[in-house]
Design a protein around this ligand. Structure first.
Ligand SMILES: [Zn+2]
Length: 357
């Protein structure tokens, strides 16, 4: 079968130099695994970290791909709830399922947790014609959700849902600030906040502001402007006046980091919550502690989520309340171009898909 494979790292983001299409053996399932024919897979930043070998080294030869959707073609002898022909999508969070964290419903805190297609291998990820996963790491796709939408949702939807619903405990009527609204994470952050009937302010680069509003954001602010936070403050006053609420933000959905962090803290209400899952513009941030202790601020970290949370998110997709935004689609042969597009991020809105054919 066809697979997108690399056997060496790149130090200069020259993905074309290392990515090769190879013919490898089709996988056979272990007793509790299913094998599925990949119909669509989505790109994530961990694909790039893998090719760089930073921040961690990964098993070689390597197949990337954490989000894959497809049709089940073989099931292992101990598989219980999945059958041949089922439409499934990966839940790429491989945890042990027996430790204290796993058995108390916090599979994302498992010390043995591995991200499929990033930390797994050799040759075990989603960017190939047929791949395999434990039954517990696949979720059935609801009828009116396509393979493309399911692949584009998977890890991003799961992570967003866990941040807002699982960690920040979002409530109807709150004012939510979604940072980086134009990214895959941002598009789900906006829609989940609107699903909870919140007032949503989003930040994005100027070319993406209108698209964020089309997705449901009530207000959109250009976060490349130095004083973007003052604009958010002004808007939060406007919302407070209109709706009879206190001025400020209840929940900040953060995955950017960098110089935005400290400005974000100034915007929170007393007792407000900032939930963070990433730091694409820098992790070594400055924190004015007065905004933390004096205002009783909740700072929450978040990584991935549970399989049940992915199922909840997919349910709301099937109800047309949340949609996966797909930026573009590439073949495996065009993989270097696709990853370069994700890396540059210019004009990108939503997820990039890749398909075997
Ligand atoms: Zn565990």
């Amino acid at each position: 079968m066809k697979a997108l494979v690399y056997e060496e790292y790149t130090t200069d983001n020259d993905f074309a130099k290392i990515l090769k299409i190879k013919d490898i053996d089709e996988p056979k399932p272990k007793p509790k695994e299913v094998v599925f024919k990949v119909k669509a897979a989505a790109l994530n930043y961990d694909d790039i970290w893998g090719m760089r070998g930073k921040p961690i080294e990964i098993p070689m030869p390597h197949i990337s791909g954490t989000d894959a959707a497809g049709e089940v073609v073989v099931v292992g002898e101990d598989v219980k709830n999945i059958k041949i022909g089922d439409r499934i999508v990966s839940h790429g969070n491989l945890s042990c399922r027996t430790c204290k964290a796993c058995t108390s419903g916090r599979e994302y805190d498992c010390r043995d947790r591995k991200i499929w297609g990033f930390e797994t291998g050799p040759l075990w990820g989603g960017f190939c014609e047929y791949t395999h996963l434990p039954e517990v790491n696949v979720v059935k796709i609801p009828e009116n959700v396509s393979y493309d939408e399911a692949a584009a949702a998977s890890m991003t939807l799961l992570t967003s849902w866990h941040m807002l619903v699982g960690r920040a405990k979002i409530r109807p009527g709150q004012t939510v600030l979604v940072m980086g609204g134009g990214s895959g994470m941002g598009t789900f952050g906006i829609q989940i906040s609107k699903l909870y009937n919140c007032d949503v302010i989003v930040t994005a680069s100027s070319d993406k502001l209108d698209k964020c509003k089309e997705l449901g954001a009530d207000y959109a602010v250009d976060h490349r402007k130095e004083d973007w936070h003052k604009e958010v403050r002004r808007i939060s006053k406007e919302i407070a006046k209109k709706k009879g609420k206190d001025v400020g933000i209840d929940v900040i959905y953060e995955h950017i980091g960098g110089t935005h962090w400290n400005k974000e803290l100034t915007l929170l209400k007393y007792g407000g919550t900032i939930v963070t899952t990433g730091a694409t513009t820098g992790y070594d941030v400055q924190t004015d502690l007065r905004h933390v202790f004096f205002k009783g601020t909740n700072i929450l970290g978040s990584t991935q989520g549970t399989r049940a949370e992915l199922e909840q998110g997919l349910y709301w997709m099937s109800q047309d309340k949340i949609k996966a935004i797909i930026d573009s689609e590439y073949t495996f042969e065009q993989a270097a171009e696709a990853h370069t597009k994700m890396l540059k991020g210019k004009g990108l809105f939503g997820k990039i898909l890749m398909k075997p054919d």
